[in-house]
Design a protein. Structure first.
Lengths: 205, 309
């Protein structure tokens, strides 16, 4: 299945719309949990094959000084893995928004913050998406790796998914811009399921 | 929570289960927790968890509970970076790695209306002990596979990997200079033939220490094989690299090894080149140019530094 027939343009539009709704839930959740108003930019959806995704991630790691890479497995009809990528500067800004002082911030705290934000964004977006296309999913605990070079990425890179959806967004707080990216990797069966579900959503509305 | 107290699953499952309200008051505490902590359910229910266990970060736990209640989804408190939620002495006798039980915790919504969450506490001490041992072994393995056993300097394989990373870093940082010094012991075969291979090895080890003393921590010093060494100097101009090479040459020239009643002296020839993106496809090309300079140094009298501009 090439990238061209992975999702057609209508399905992409529909997914974009559903992700807008999902990100709305994520934004509201972040604001409620940490007591600060956050804005998530309109998610940009790109689809990749496994090989092109490898280059994409490599470029990201090269662009970021130090990259925090969080992965979270998802089970159910939409099974796969969510990845959350954020650079160390953005993560430090995020930690400040989480109410930590500069003195309190160390690698463990940064890991804790990135695990928590990933869990919130991943849970709200994927759950909302699952709810919109009427299915149930389960999450495994997120796992964080610090990647500081393309070489160290190779040690962690074992992508088994043929098709990958990248949903890029910027979380904006009043004071800081935080660049991050959510990557949703779905197994082939789940892609087929999602395509059918998106078609059904389009038929209904 | 009366119902839970008599629930067989709640009290026989092999992990801790606790119910908390949004203010972190404990509402239920299962048998596993009673046994592991030595605190009975009736002694702790309706008490605030952070007051009973002051080492628990209240701000963080409140945020996690909130996250569960708002997203109506699970939240996690994993060993890395937390190690544990409740300080419980590890009961492992053989091969004990951690003093306290390593715990992975999953928080799930229990009753959204009443703002209650359920905490599952898993004892993952054995799992994390194995993973810790594996991590240590991996570090040792990496060290072994990247170091030259005789000199403890980096080997050729590691150098090639590091050089490629440095090249990418240089491109990212507006083409910071990278300089290469390649060097070789003059007439090393004579040393081996005259004094034997054991002394030859001592020369190589002494040279390795001189190279380390003359380089910065950020430089990559590697043994390329035999009596040949290479140094990558990041963010270093060719003039500065030439000065470092000259210092090394001079230090080696002044160095004297005592062997029984004899004094052994040796010299080096060195070639220097700078990575030029227009000229060099990669660092390997720069090494080749430095090697040419080294060859000229060898053929024009030895014990000298020459630069390939």
């Amino acid at each position: 299945m090439s990238d061209a027939n992975f999702l057609n343009s209508d399905q992409k539009d529909c997914l974009q719309e559903l992700m807008n709704i999902s990100y709305g839930s994520a934004t509201a959740a972040i604001a409620d949990i940490i007591g600060k108003f956050a804005k998530l930019s309109i998610p940009k959806i790109t689809t990749f094959t496994s090989e092109s995704f490898r280059d994409y991630i490599k470029n990201k790691v090269e662009e970021y000084h130090v990259c925090y890479l969080v992965s979270q497995l998802i089970d159910g009809k939409l099974s796969g893995e969510n990845l959350f990528l954020i650079d160390d500067k953005s993560l430090t800004n995020l930690a400040l928004e989480f109410g930590l002082s500069q003195d309190e911030i160390d690698e463990d705290e940064l890991k804790d913050v990135v695990l928590e934000i990933t869990n919130i964004i991943s849970a709200t977006t994927s759950s909302k998406l699952a709810e919109l296309i009427e299915t149930d999913i389960l999450f495994s605990p997120p796992h964080v790796e610090v990647v500081d070079s393309v070489q160290s990425l190779d040690e962690h890179y074992h992508v088994e998914y043929n098709h990958i959806i990248i949903i890029s967004t910027i979380i904006e707080f009043e004071e800081q811009n935080i660049n991050s990216e959510l990557v949703i990797m779905l197994k082939d069966d789940s892609i087929s399921y999602m395509k059918k579900a998106l078609d059904k959503v389009m038929d209904e509305y | 929570m009366e119902l839970l107290n008599n629930n067989i699953i709640f009290n026989t499952i092999d992990n801790g289960i606790m119910i908390l309200d949004e203010n972190l008051n404990i509402k239920a505490w299962n048998k596993w927790l009673e046994v592991k902590t030595g605190i009975k359910s009736k002694e702790i229910v309706d008490h605030n968890i952070c007051e009973r266990f002051p080492y628990i970060g209240q701000k963080k736990l409140i945020r996690k509970v909130k996250s569960v209640l708002i997203t109506k989804n699970a939240s996690f408190f994993s060993v890395e970076p937390h190690e544990y939620l409740l300080k419980i002495k590890s009961n492992i006798i053989m091969g004990k790695v951690f003093t306290y039980m390593r715990q992975d915790i999953t928080l799930v919504p229990y009753d959204i209306e009443r703002k209650l969450v359920c905490l599952y506490i898993y004892d993952h001490t054995k799992l994390h002990a194995s993973s810790e041992k594996l991590k240590k072994l991996n570090v040792e393995l990496k060290e072994l596979s990247s170091k030259d056993p005789l000199t403890q300097l980096y080997n050729r394989r590691y150098f090639a990997e590091a050089a490629s990373t440095m090249q990418s870093l240089s491109v990212r940082n507006n083409h910071h200079n990278i300089s290469i010094i390649i060097l070789d012991v003059d007439n090393f075969k004579n040393i081996n033939d005259t004094y034997g291979h054991a002394i030859g090895d001592k020369v190589i080890v002494s040279l390795a220490r001189i190279l380390e003393d003359n380089c910065r921590k950020s430089d990559i010093v590697a043994r390329f094989g035999g009596e040949e060494f290479v140094i990558l100097l990041y963010n270093t101009s060719i003039t500065f690299a030439q000065n470092i090479a000259e210092n090394i040459r001079k230090n080696v020239e002044d160095f004297m090894m005592e062997i029984k009643d004899e004094e052994l002296k040796f010299t080096l020839s060195l070639g220097v080149a700078q990575f030029e993106p227009q000229l060099d496809k990669d660092i390997e090309c720069t090494i080749n140019r430095a090697d040419k300079a080294l060859y000229r140094a060898k053929t024009s009298g030895k014990n000298k530094v020459l630069v390939n501009l």
